[in-house]
Design a protein around this ligand. Sequence first.
Ligand code: ADP
Length: 165
Amino acid sequence: MERLAVYPGSFDPITNGHLDIIKRGLRFFDKLIILVAYNPNKSGLFSVEERMELIRQVVGDDARIRVDSFSGLLVNYVRDNGAAVILRGLRALSDFEYEFQMALINRRLNRDIETVFLMTGYKWFYTSSNLIKEAAGHGGSVRGLVPEIVLQRLQEKYADSFKKG
Ligand code: ADP
């Protein structure tokens, strides 16, 4: 049987930390759906379409990966797409409490679905989309923490916002 997992997140934008989880996840799942989970009332730096496009460019042509977006109840998406596993990454202790709560509520909502965690690679311990945006927004270099294409897009985004004042 094919082992399929859903890796949900904001991915605003995708970082090398996310990529590490994706690559390692593919060692024990046959297929991964990278799911841009969004709240329609909250806008990110990148639109949902831009985030999906960046993910596609970064993961390249890989038949094991599908990129999708969703804004409802995650366990329903997972069930409806024939998966039984939610893949998540853990960085610092601060991730733990939130992830623990999410895993418990999701299990309560659907007992057939398990959340599986991978510890971050030590290089990506402090890499979060929010910190990346914060640093890049103030002109700091985030080279090495995000793929090259993301670096370019971040620079373009912030150049636009500086122009707009
Ligand atoms: P969220 O909005 O839920 O935090 P993110 O896009 O930030 O979504 O992250 C999606 C998932 O990837 C989460 O499980 C998060 O912990 C994990 N993740 C993000 N950055 C890293 C990283 N540097 N190393 C390992 N896991 C990470």
